[in-house]
Design a protein around this ligand. Structure first.
Ligand code: 13P
Ligand code: SF4
Length: 310
């Protein structure tokens, strides 16, 4: 790419010329968030994808998110700047192993976190995100046994919150498992007025000491509306961009990882760059494609989620 090209202007031009909408997750790099038409958490992004009348959906996020947009829009072109932008949580639940697991629990319904493949969605009864998981679980009768997949941390947190005893698949997110309770405790000593806010994909030990637990959108809203001046943020660092933009006078400190070589950036989310975004819009590739039988099977539990979350 010619370095003199104004990529922001080019992306704006391509959006208009192609009637394309650019949806970005909060974990995308700041430049991508700034050029997006809509920035949101997984639920907000799925809701936007369900209602758009654009011809092309450009998804600045990871594969399962773009795949969800395609499931909802079989006749639209859905582009993902880098097809390798996967997700450790989605990878932690291979469909064949999950099908065996599910067969061991007859009579159970399956609630799956949206961070999973289309194949897992097709094996599920209802999808949820971290924003609506409690509401989705509460919509199921108390005596109905449930399997929750693939995130054991979110599942454990929800079991505590709802008083259920859902059977949990043993999956986790590589980014949210990295935080060190010991280092967070030390940081709190140096910042006694700081509040700890955490995503429910974090381990139980971190969630237990958090002042607030929520999805990325919920963390953002809390940080803006709450009266504290300082926050330790236990989630991917991309969200700090919007927090700092919306509350410039406040201080946001990324929660420390357990080893100094590690960082809180999601390596999958960060595969997307402004350059790749421009190229994918210019050449309309890489595109998400999917088998129609699989798409229809995966659509049902997503539609149930959208109905309950309305
Ligand atoms: P939410 O944005 O829905 O909170 O999900 C977080 C996440 O890990 C997305 O990959
Ligand atoms: Fe997956 Fe975790 Fe990255 Fe989200 S932050 S895309 S759950 S690996």
């Amino acid at each position: 790419i010619d370095p003199r090209l104004d990529l922001f202007a080019e992306i704006e031009r391509l959006k208009k010329e192609k009637n394309a909408i650019l949806l970005a997750h909060y974990y995308q790099e700041p430049d991508i968030q700034d050029v997006a038409d809509y920035i949101g958490d997984s639920l907000g992004l799925a809701q936007q994808a369900a209602k758009t009348d654009a011809d092309i959906i450009v998804f600045a996020g990871v594969h399962f998110m773009a795949e969800t947009a395609k499931i909802l829009n079989p006749n639209k072109k859905v582009l993902l700047p880098d097809l390798k932008a996967g997700c450790s949580l989605a990878d932690s639940a291979p469909a064949d192993l999950f099908a065996h697991f599910k067969a061991k629990y007859p009579g159970h319904i399956v609630i799956s976190y949206i961070n999973c493949t289309a194949e897992i969605k097709a094996l599920s009864d209802i999808i949820c995100t971290s924003s609506n998981a409690e509401k989705i679980i509460e919509s199921v009768p108390k005596d109905q046994p449930i399997i929750f997949a693939p995130d054991k941390n979110l599942g454990g947190y929800l079991n505590k919150k709802t008083g259920r005893n859902m059977v949990l698949w043993n999956g986790a997110c590589m980014v949210h498992e990295i935080f060190s309770l010991e280092k967070i405790t030390k940081l709190k000593v140096r910042h006694p007025k700081a509040k700890l806010i955490a995503h429910p994909e974090c381990e139980d030990a971190v969630l237990q000491v958090a002042d607030f637990v929520g999805s990325t959108t919920q963390l953002l809203k809390y940080a803006i509306q709450d009266s504290a001046e300082e926050y330790i943020v236990a989630t991917e660092t991309g969200i700090l961009h919007q927090m700092q933009k919306d509350a410039p006078h406040k201080t946001f400190i990324p929660a420390p990882p357990n080893n100094s070589c590690a960082c809180n950036d999601c390596p999958h989310m960060k595969l997307n760059t402004l350059e790749k975004l421009y190229l994918c819009m210019e050449y309309e590739t890489p595109e998400i494609t999917m088998d129609e039988t699989l798409r229809k099977a995966a659509l049902k539990p997503i539609e149930r989620m959208l109905e309950i979350s309305r």
